[in-house]
Design a protein around this ligand. Structure first.
Ligand code: ADP
Ligand code: MG
Length: 369
């Protein structure tokens, strides 16, 4: 990527999930200033750390609201042949799968994107004959589903295909050689493929969560757009929908042997993802895509002119404090120290109330990973 080319920034938003039980202590506040998250500074309990993001969705925000505000606009990009990536980052238990997949009664971003995409195409087709010939297009949507587990690409539609190679064609398009692709024309068709494929995901127990995801699950939609009349132009856009493996500090999860190897692979790919997002957002000339399978796969779909969003999921409970702190540091490269007395930050002792009104020190704290 040449340094003259401006990279499209990766948008970083935060979603705070609700507490799952009544009466638990929380350590996250979102209501001091729009689009900020505050947590206690464990190095100095008189202070809070305040992080800025493109958007912050608090525990009252619905799937619909997040979809409409941060995701929906990406559908038209893919229909115009652009690549899009949407990923959920955060520790196990913070709401990544809820955000991406959701449930039958409360669908997440994946079903909403697919529904909206197919519906938009259906509506386009209904009026296609009313348009001038040059604007008449035919669309084909295909779906692939894979996971990256231990730095190996595994096809979830064809589970026999393991460790598939990632390649680049002459036009710098990245593809997985031998990956299954299924054409879908309705949401029902998608569900028929997706249900059995989901069961093929690699999940294993850790101390933190019984069915903690130890792999990055990646759903890819290819949107092909063919002109119905000469000169028969053709475009192709891709949408990646990614539920990343848990970002928790694996030293705390009692991992040994195979688990430890997995942890190393997870930590490395998430670390590289952080470096890639950083390099893109600082418009650096060299983006280290090749340093992990995950970022290599995303090379043509994050940065450049692609549209990407990282939904950073955090859990509000006190016992998630360290994971929340690390996650916010990963997601935001800037934070301020704020002296405040926020009622939501229950760990604060009476000493913090000495500081009185909210004031921003303007001092940028060191970012740690
Ligand atoms: P992760 O995939 O990050 O490990 P999950 O999505 O499995 O986390 O969420 C952990 C638990 O919290 C699940 O029981 C999920 O249903 C619940 N949960 C997560 N986010 C929300 C939310 N916004 N509203 C209600 N429940 C949520
Ligand atoms: Mg999950």
């Amino acid at each position: 990527m040449s340094s003259e080319k401006k990279q499209t920034r990766v948008k970083v938003v935060v979603r705070v999930r609700p507490t799952l039980k009544d009466g638990v202590k929380t350590c996250v506040s979102t209501n001091n200033k729009p689009n900020t998250v505050q947590i206690l500074n464990h190095r100095n309990i008189r202070e809070n750390l305040m992080y800025d993001f493109s958007a912050v969705y608090d525990d009252t925000c619905s799937q619909q609201h997040i979809y409409n505000n941060s995701i929906k606009s990406m559908i038209s990009k893919s229909l115009n042949g652009q690549n899009v990536s949407i990923f959920a980052y955060g520790p196990t238990g913070a709401g990544k799968t809820h955000t991406m997949l959701g449930s039958a009664t409360d669908p997440g971003m994946i079903p909403r994107v697919i529904n909206d995409l197919l519906l938009t195409i259906e509506n386009e087709q209904k009026t296609v004959n009313d348009k001038p010939q040059k604007d008449r297009w035919q669309y084909t949507v295909t779906f692939s589903y894979l996971e990256i587990y231990n730095e190996k690409v595994q096809d979830l539609l064809e589970p026999a295909s393991v460790d598939l190679p990632i390649r680049e064609d002459g036009d710098h398009n990245i593809f997985v050689a031998g990956l299954a692709e299924k054409e879908i024309t309705s949401f029902e068709e998608f569900k028929n493929y997706f249900g059995p494929a989901s069961n093929n995901r690699t999940v294993a127990a850790t101390k933190l969560n019984d069915r903690s995801s130890r792999s990055h699950s990646i759903l890819m939609l290819k949107v092909k757009k063919n002109a119905m009349f000469p000169p028969n132009r053709e475009f192709q856009g891709k949408i990646y929908l990614i539920d990343l493996a848990g970002s928790e500090d694996n030293r705390r999860t009692g991992n040994q042997g195979i688990r430890l190897k997995e942890s190393g692979a997870i930590n490395k790919s998430l670390f590289v993802l952080g470096e890639v997002v950083d390099a893109i957002n600082n418009n650096q000339p060299r983006i280290p895509y090749r340093n992990s399978k995950l970022t290599r796969l995303l090379q043509d779909s994050i940065g450049g002119s692609c549209h990407s969003i990282m939904i950073t999921n955090i859990a509000p409970e006190e016992h998630y404090y360290y994971d929340t702190y690390c996650t916010l540091n990963f997601a935001s490269k800037s934070k301020k120290i704020v002296n405040t007395n926020t009622t939501c930050l229950k760990q604060q002792t009476s000493t913090s109330s000495l500081s009185g009104n909210t004031s921003t020190s303007g001092e940028a704290a060191q970012t740690t990973h």
